[in-house]
Structure formats: C-alpha cells, structure tokens
Design a protein around this ligand. Structure first.
Ligand SMILES: *Cc1c(COP(=O)(O)O)cnc(C)c1O
Length: 416
C-alpha cells in the first residue's frame, strides 16, 4: 500500500500524487490521505519529524526547522489565560527553534522542493512573493541546487536576506511598479516552457507542511486544543490546521472535537475578513497601509471546495480584522512577556487573540494554540550575518521588454 494518495474533494477521483488540480473539478482542492491513521513522529531532523504525514518519499537532510510548541506563562498571565500554548516558528536556539528564514514558509518550501526532486524536475522554479515565501524558497534551493527565479517588487527586496555565503542557483529580479506588476510578470514567465510554478494553496505539499504546526502542538500538549489562532493572507495555514485536526481526530488519541479556527487579517486590506463578515474591508490603495504586507493576497482560496470558508464553517471559526495600533501594541506585549522578537505578521495573530478574549469568544481555562508564524530575526542576527541576495536584474513594469530581459538574464545565469 502506498504511503499516501491524493484525491479530489469534489468527485473523489484518485489522482497522480503530484497533481495540483482535478481536471473535472476546477473549484475543488485535492487532499492527501495517509495510509497511517496514527501520527508517528520519527527521529529525523527538522520538519521530517512528521514524515509519516508529509506527501514525500524522501527527505532533504539539511536546513529545515520545525515548529516548537511550549506553554506560555507570562503572556498568558498578562491576558488572563490559563492554558495558552505558543507554536513558535522561527529562530530561537534557547528553545531549540531553528527555522533559518524565520517564518513558517520554511514548512512549505522543504516538502515542495522534496517533491520536485522526486520528479527529477529540471525546469526553473518561479516564485513571486513580497518576501517570506521568496526567502524560504531561496534557502531550500540554495541547499538542493534547484534553479529558482524570484520576481519581487523593488520595495520588498530588503526582505530577501540570506545566511548562505553564496546563492548560485537563485536569480533575483526586482520589479519597479506596483505590487501586482511583479506577480503578473512572474505569471507570464512561469507559463513559458522551461519554467514551473509551485502551485500555492493547491499544492498538498505546501498545506501538509504547514499542517505540521498543529501536529507539533498536539503532540506536545497530548490533546487537540479548543482554539487555534493565526494571522492569514491566503488562509492556507488555516486550511492546513483544519486538515491536520481532522487527521488527528481520526487518530483517536487526542480528542473528538475540531479546534475552532480564529484567523486574523490586517485592516484595511482584509479580503477574507470582508468575505466572511460580508463587509467591505479592502481599500483601493492596498497593500499600502498594512501592518505587514506579507499578509496581502488578492485572490485567497475562500469559496473553493476544501478552502477557507469550508474550514471556518466546519470548525465554527471566526475572522478578525486588526488595526495597526492593535497589532503594534500586541507585538510589544508579546516581545516583552515572552522575550523573543516576532515578525509583524505574527503580531496580527496576537491581536486577534486579545480581541477574542474581549469579545468572549474564548474562556479563561480553554486550551489555546497561538501560531507565531514568524519570529527571531533579531535573535538570528546576533548569531549569523545576514547578507542581501544579489539582484541579477532590475526591470520596470512599464518596460515592454521586461519579459525578454528576464528570459535573457535567466539564460545567461543558468546556461539554458
Ligand atoms: C505567509 C505568512 C502568513 C500567512 O500565511 P497563510 O498562507 O495566509 O496561512 C502569516 N505570517 C507570516 C509570517 C507569513 O509569512
């Protein structure tokens, strides 16, 4: 029997393990079903501790980290909770946390890359991102040597740091213009021959990689929580937490009730919050004005079968809209009480938890998991020198030759 199979949630058809979508049902996600009904942790490094519930048949030995879950004392006391657990994703050696790009995007990039290796994929991977995803893929591609084309808005280039001395397999292109220009240029290139897209929320490797946050939390607490809090852009992490919860209920050892998802977005650029509450919370200037623009996503997988709406409905979940002031206060509170710096996006999750307490959506004694999706970058800088990724080409979105220039640069860089 195979380790896992991949099925369409709409028609139930079993697909090739590496498929990203069902030809018949475009409005449905595929999901991985594992032969092992029980979560059996391994002693392999980093994320591979959860190998038996990852859609891979091998591992990348070096460079991955995993979530570290611990019980909060000081933050819990400050906000009046008795059973609050922090699922920390980032760098914090005092807690054995070693995610070298400091966000949970590393949990997506490693399983995704592993599957490209299994396919002997020789095409160039294309990633368009405002920062954290790009950093995570450049880290893993530097380790495996997979050629990677990153297309990022010029304003986000400061987020593209690396701890490696050299990144020969990464070609970084910055785009001057608005945020969508980078995505649109990357999309055009990814559809050309010789390039491959990583698939986003439709890729089961990305979702089940993120699902390891819930696996780590539940294994540490020895029980499913009542509530799960996360800051979302696409909401993929929320879908993943729900999928992990269903598997953990089936496991039989951790409880029968799905944790409620509490997902937070940054106002005024909160499309998922808008859709859920049927209000308008998306400003025309977005992503300008956001507390952290990594949380912006114009087309989140909301109505698709198995998407964010289904996850919220199935768990009795809730969406929160967080102002910049709330996020900033929560960031200070977290850093002061827990003693580690966090990514601004993660502060949106902390602020959502504060709102949930005020609204009476959680009780003092409830078991709560707070996903700190990124943290420890300042802590990392004490131990490692962060270098900026070399920019191979800077183009303007207005330049009609932009696409050709990128192709030429890639050809020179990778000799294709
Ligand atoms: C990407 C990201 C998020 C949002 O993730 P989803 O894909 O929407 O689940 C939250 N926090 C950080 C630090 C991120 O990089």
């Amino acid at each position: 029997m195979d380790k896992y199979s991949v099925k369409c949630l709409q028609c139930g058809e079993v697909h090739d393990s590496y498929s990203l979508n069902c030809k018949k049902d475009d409005e449905s996600l595929l999901r991985a079903y594992y032969a092992s009904k029980q979560l059996i942790p391994t002693d392999m490094p980093g994320i591979w501790k959860y190998y038996n519930w990852l859609p891979v048949t091998g591992i990348i030995e070096d460079g991955s980290g995993r979530t570290i879950t611990y019980k909060s004392e000081n933050l819990a006391l400050a906000i009046g909770l008795e059973d609050l657990w922090i699922a920390f994703n980032g760098y914090w050696p005092e807690k054995d946390a070693g995610m070298m790009t400091c966000t949970f995007k590393d949990l997506e990039s490693f399983p995704t890359m592993q599957r490209l290796k299994e396919l002997n994929e020789e095409r160039i991977m294309v990633v368009a991102s405002a920062g954290n995803t790009a950093r995570a893929f450049s880290h893993v591609c530097t380790i495996t040597g997979q050629p990677l084309l990153l297309v990022v808005p010029k304003e986000s280039a400061h987020r593209l740091w690396t701890t490696h001395n050299d990144n020969p397999s990464v070609c970084l292109v910055t785009v001057e213009g608005d945020y969508f220009d980078a995505i649109s240029l990357a999309g055009k290139i990814a559809s050309r021959e010789g390039f491959v897209n990583e698939g986003g929320a439709k890729n089961v490797a990305r979702r089940d990689g993120m699902a390891t946050v819930m696996l780590d939390a539940v294994l540490t607490m020895n029980s499913l929580p009542d509530h799960y809090f996360q800051a979302v852009g696409s909401g993929t992490g929320g879908i993943s937490a729900w999928e992990a919860s269903m598997r953990l209920v089936d496991d039989g050892r951790f409880g029968n009730t799905l944790p409620k998802l509490h997902l937070g977005q940054s106002l005024p650029c909160a499309p998922l919050y808008s859709l859920w509450h049927d209000t308008d919370a998306v400003d025309a200037a977005c992503p300008d004005g956001m507390y952290d623009d990594v949380l912006f996503n114009r087309k989140p997988p909301y109505v698709i079968k198995g998407g964010v709406k289904d996850a919220l409905d199935a768990t009795g979940g809730e969406m929160y809209g967080v102002s910049n002031d709330e996020a900033s206060n929560s960031q200070s509170l977290f850093e002061k009480t827990e003693g580690i710096d966090i990514n601004p996006a993660a502060a949106v999750a902390v602020a959502s938890l504060v709102q949930a307490i005020e609204k009476g959506n959680v009780c003092t004694e409830d078991k709560i998991v707070l996903n700190i999706t990124g943290g420890g970058q300042k802590r990392l800088m004490q131990d490692h020198e962060l270098k900026q990724l070399h920019v191979s080409l800077a183009v303007s979105a207005k330049d009609e030759e932009a696409e050709n220039k990128v192709i030429k640069t890639v050809a020179e860089k990778f000799g294709v």
